[in-house]
Structure formats: C-alpha cells, structure tokens
Design a protein around this ligand. Sequence first.
Ligand code: NAP
Length: 269
Amino acid sequence: MNFKNKVVVVTGAASGIGLACCREFAGRDASVAIIDLDQKTGKRAAQELREIAGQVEFFGIDVSKRAQVQAGVARIVKKYGGIDVLINNAGIQRYASATTCSEKDWDLVLSVNLKSAFLMSKYVIPEMIKRGGGAIVITGSVQSVAAVGNSVHYVVSKHGLLGLTRSLALDYARHNIRANCVLPGAIDTPMLRWAVSLGPDPAGALAACDRMHLRGTMGRPEEVARVIAFLASDLASFMTGAAVAVDGGMLIPAGGLASQEQGLPAAKP
Ligand code: NAP
C-alpha cells in the first residue's frame, strides 16, 4: 500500500480516526490535505505529520457549508494539482429521540455527518474524473446498519452515509471511482471520551464500551485507519459499494452479548 504521487483529502482530520488516517497515509508517502474546523489542532496535526513524510497542509473548512467546501476544494486543487482519494470522516455525536430532538440539532447532525459527505463528493469527484479515477471511503458506523437508543439523528445520518456510498459506487464506476464505507464499533477517540463523560459513571461507561466487542476491548483509531487506507488503495481494486465492519465483532451476536453471557446453554462452549 503506497500512495506516492497520490493526493489524499481527509475530513474531520485533526482528531481521532481522521488524524489516524492522516498518519497512515502520510506514512505511506501520500500528500495529505487535513480538513477540520479546529484551526489550532489542525495546524498542530499538519506540523506533526510533516515530520513523517510527504506534503501535508491544513485547510480550515466547515464541511457542512457548501460555499466553504467548494472554495476549499478549489484551494486544495490549486495547491496539490488534483485529488485522488477522499476520506469523508467528519462527524459529531448528539443524543436525543424523535420526540426530544430539536429541529436545530436534527439539522446540525444531518448537515455535519451526512450533507458534508455529499458536498465533498460533489466537488471532489469532478477532480477525480480529471485524473482518470479515484477512491472514496466514508466513515459510517455500526449505526449505519443497527440502532443505538436515544440517537435518532446520529443513526439516521449514519444509515444515510451507507446509501450515499452505494449511490456513489453505482454512479461513478464508469469513471473508475470506487466508494466504500467502514462501520467502526466503539473507538477510543476524543468523541467517545466526550460521550462517556456525559453520564453519571464515565468509568463504568468506558468499561461497557470495552465489553461490547468480542475481543473485550474498544478499537483504536489506527485500527480503523489501516482498513480505510486499504480500501483507498489499489489492493482493494475489486471492492466498491461495500460496507466493511471494523467493529471487533460487535455486530455478530444476535441478541447482543447478554444472550451469550446469560442465554442458551449452547452459548457456553
Ligand atoms: P473526533 O475525535 O471528535 O474527530 C472528529 C473531527 O471532526 C474533530 O476534529 C471535529 O472538529 C471535526 N469536525 C466536526 N465537525 C466538523 C465540520 N463541520 N467540519 C469539519 N470538521 C468537523 O471523532 P472520531 O471519534 O474520530 O469520529 C470520526 C468519525 O468516526 C465520525 O464520523 C464518527 O461518527 C465516526 N465513528 C466514531 C466512532 C467512535 O467510537 N469514536 C464509532 C463509529 C463511527 P471539532 O473537534 O472542532 O468539533
């Protein structure tokens, strides 16, 4: 997996899974465009990555805003000469049900998590076509195919990203563009640490996150980033429109792990 002479754009790249992706691609000789809201951490990440390899620049773009995405993609193309790989990763987490979710929060989560990936694709794909093809990887979630309670806008946004992945795969295959989606389980990132801090027992919530996975621990950002890099590489040339679970087996037990721990005798080999 080498990305020499490839330009890779990562959104939500100053933190967590996005930052791990930038490290992965920079370590494999890519030129990397870091997109994030957060100027301070974004610039710090670019500085750190320049020491690894390749050309790395930070672009402060709110990916939920059409005008910023359009202008930002134009700036990246001016700086790097084109775009080969797009990682649509930016996302936020909020908690509410259909009756408690405000219209404002619904619009925010759907804009940042879903509309952003549409907007980035809208402006990046023409640049990929000019280069003869490209690869798009979208960070979905296990919540792209299953639901977690009190998370209606997040669940809907992540289900939508799977639809976007499949639409992109179908519409742009003839331009030699592949689109795939990763479905991470619980990954130890600032987003997850923030989420567990909301409850009365953060340590207990963290331990529960570990127990959700067959191996008994959460994922690390680099474990997702490696799969994303694979899907973006020519090694995955026959993969498009796929939903790839990177979830430590979280989605495997029917009935959840409780059914294994306290359920049928057959569950205890
Ligand atoms: P993270 O550590 O919070 O990183 C997300 C980054 O996206 C942050 O740097 C954030 O900037 C940035 N961002 C937020 N809104 C943005 C916007 N409008 N424009 C540009 N950048 C924006 O989160 P993470 O856990 O790595 O999550 C990355 C992706 O993985 C998300 O799509 C998330 O839904 C998905 N995911 C995470 C997990 C998990 O357990 N962590 C599991 C499944 C899927 P600010 O810090 O300034 O807001």
